[in-house]
Design a protein around this ligand. Structure first.
Ligand code: AMP
Length: 227
């Protein structure tokens, strides 16, 4: 039997905890977590052509054009470490992006499981406005809920923590609107393909992780049985 390639798509609004869960899932499932947001932020920081293209969109909270992110994802998932599967965090965000990634594989070659993390808007706003990130190792903190033990520095690697520009309140509101308008229609897209699942995202990161893992394992079990 041909090896099964699994794409776990972590879905949900900004601030739902996709990045945190993608990293945990990556070590548990032993396959890479691909965050288009992280790749774009690195390009912006490095001042590459990609970064110059993406910067304005990102700072205003709008989406970078599909053709740009599609190119990033195509190149990334063609690498050897994705041969058994990969986790997508923050991609696809539009129906054309979903169609693009589907079109990269032969029918039946890719088994997709979409896990949507459900979080109420007021929790999202609080999480994003209090979020601080380490630009060195990418560890995330929250000023109140999970502050760094090293104060304004990362307690893993010592780098000074920053607030993402797009975590400022006005931009967060725009990102939430963009999510409702452009990204939420994907729910129906994946639901109709019977690969869409939801987990409650208000609880502890560890509890949410167990729920996600449960969905992924159950789905893999079904796929192994030919479903
Ligand atoms: P994130 O870290 O996933 O919240 O992404 C931060 C920003 O990067 C978004 O607000 C967009 O401007 C851009 N971005 C990331 N992923 C995508 C995507 N799949 N499509 C379009 N823009 C994206």
């Amino acid at each position: 039997m041909k090896d099964m390639k699994t794409a776990v798509i972590l879905f949900g609004p900004p601030g739902a905890g996709k990045g945190t869960q993608a990293r945990r899932l990556s070590s548990e499932l032993n396959c890479p977590a691909i965050s288009t947001g992280d790749i774009l932020r690195e390009a912006v920081a490095a001042g590459t052509d990609l970064g110059k293209t993406a910067r304005g969109y990102m700072e205003s909270g709008s989406l970078v054009p599909d053709s740009v992110v599609d190119g990033i994802v195509k190149e990334r998932i063609a690498r050897a470490d994705c041969s058994l599967g990969f986790i997508l965090d923050g991609y696809p965000r539009t129906i054309p992006q979903a169609e693009f990634v589907e079109g990269l594989f032969a029918p039946g070659e890719l088994h997709t499981v979409v896990v949507s993390i459900l979080v109420r808007d007021e929790v999202l706003l609080d999480r994003l406005s209090g979020r601080r990130v380490c630009p060195g190792c990418r560890k995330m903190f929250h000023l109140r809920n999970s502050p760094s033990r090293a104060g304004e520095q990362c307690d893993e690697c010592g780098t000074r923590l920053i607030q993402r520009r797009d975590d400022q309140e006005a931009v967060v509101r725009e990102r939430l609107q963009v999510y409702r308008r452009e990204t939420e229609p994907l729910i129906e897209y994946y639901r109709s393909r019977k690969v869409y699942f939801e987990v409650e995202g208000d609880g502890s990161a560890a509890g949410i992780f167990e729920s996600i893992l449960g969905v992924v394992r159950a789905r893999r079990g079904t796929m192994a049985g030919g479903g």
